[in-house]
Design a protein around this ligand. Structure first.
Ligand code: AN0
Ligand code: CP
Length: 323
């Protein structure tokens, strides 16, 4: 594997899930792969899980790790070509990328959507420059439109629960929930993309206007009535996202609804098939989910986060095997 952005990059999902279990039971068995190899993790945005789990995964593999928080000590980076750099940005990404790549064997990047310009975000303008100008394998740690390490960890978590409960083809519901700030679509995009590729029955539910890009939703059923969508669900994956601008481009990145009737509480969970609650975290209690639901024994938020170490380790292992 050379780049990790989409579900196709991981290939056969059955094999990837088997490898995840193998890595989970033998985390330190592959240290020869990473010896004297360096992972550079670049963060343009905040992180708790991605930073810790990806660094831990790299260390499990025997790698050296360098972390750069661009907004905490690095020069502010210009990303557009052809501008006169007389503002607050001291360095251009086109110099910074080859410099940074000269210090490492693998680059991992977190760069959220700006939510101002749909074309700029959906063309993956920032991370594509890393792919093009670094000459190194690039792993997405949440880009403008995808968060594949999260979706892979979520799939591992669902598959483990299905194994335990002997569920063959689970009903998985991706539900929009209200939030006070405009959030990217990367998490729901990747979740839908990965669930479509997996052996699950995916239903997506959200208020009108929040339609996700068809390239991620595929043939999944879209149900605007949240109660109908949740009926019989084995897994409820809650997430807020801002307007993807699919039906109305002018609304891209806007908050169209703050309808608290969509908050996942015990009544919502009672409509499901004794379903499990999932969220990628960080989550705002009281908006996305109530305390009772997230603290219940049917909440999978902690196992999901723990599986981020496993998804990252499978991905880095495969990249290392190809260097
Ligand atoms: C980010 C998002 O919604 O994409 C990161 C989630 C992993 N969330 C926030 O900014 C709160
Ligand atoms: N789920 C996730 O990616 O969390 P962080 O933003 O804390 O990395």
């Amino acid at each position: 594997m050379r780049t990790f952005f989409n579900v196709q990059d991981i290939g056969d999902l059955g094999k990837a899930l088997a490898e995840a279990q193998e890595v989970k039971s033998n985390r330190f068995g592959y240290q020869h792969l990473g010896k004297n190899k360096t992972l550079l993790m670049i963060f343009f945005n905040n992180s708790l899980r991605t930073r810790l789990s990806t660094q831990k995964a790299a260390m499990n593999l025997g790698m050296n790790v360098i972390v750069l928080d661009v907004n905490a000590g690095a020069w502010k980076l210009e990303t557009e070509r052809g501008v006169i750099m007389d503002g607050d940005k001291s360095e251009h990404l086109l110099e910074a990328i080859p410099v940074m790549s000269s210090y490492c064997g693998i680059i991992a990047v977190r760069s959220f959507a700006g939510l101002q310009d749909r074309d700029f975000d959906y063309a993956e303008t920032i991370v594509n420059q890393f792919v093009r100008y670094s000459g190194k394998p690039v792993v997405a740690m949440e880009t403008a439109t995808v968060h594949p390490l999260q979706a892979f960890a979520d799939l591992i978590t669902i598959s483990e629960k299905c194994g335990e409960l002997q569920i063959r083809r689970p009903k998985v519901v991706l539900t929009w929930a209200p939030h006070c700030r405009a959030l990217p679509q990367a998490v729901p995009n990747s979740f839908a993309e990965w669930m479509n590729a997996a052996d699950v029955d995916l239903v997506v539910t959200h208020p009108e206007g929040y339609e996700l890009d068809p390239k991620f939703v595929g043939d999944a059923k879209v149900e605007y009535d949240q109660r109908k969508a949740l009926e019989g669900a084995d897994f409820v994956y809650a997430k807020n996202w801002s307007c993807p601008g699919v039906t109305n481009a002018a609304d891209y990145g806007k908050i169209l609804s703050k309808d608290m009737a969509w908050t996942i509480d015990t009544e919502h969970m009672s409509w499901t098939n004794n379903g499990y609650f999932m969220h990628c975290l960080p989550v705002r209690r009281g908006l996305i989910v109530t305390d009772d639901v997230i603290e219940s024994d049917h909440s999978l938020v902690i196992p999901e986060a723990a599986n981020r170490e496993i998804s990252a380790q499978v991905v880095l292992k495969r990249v290392l095997e190809n260097i």
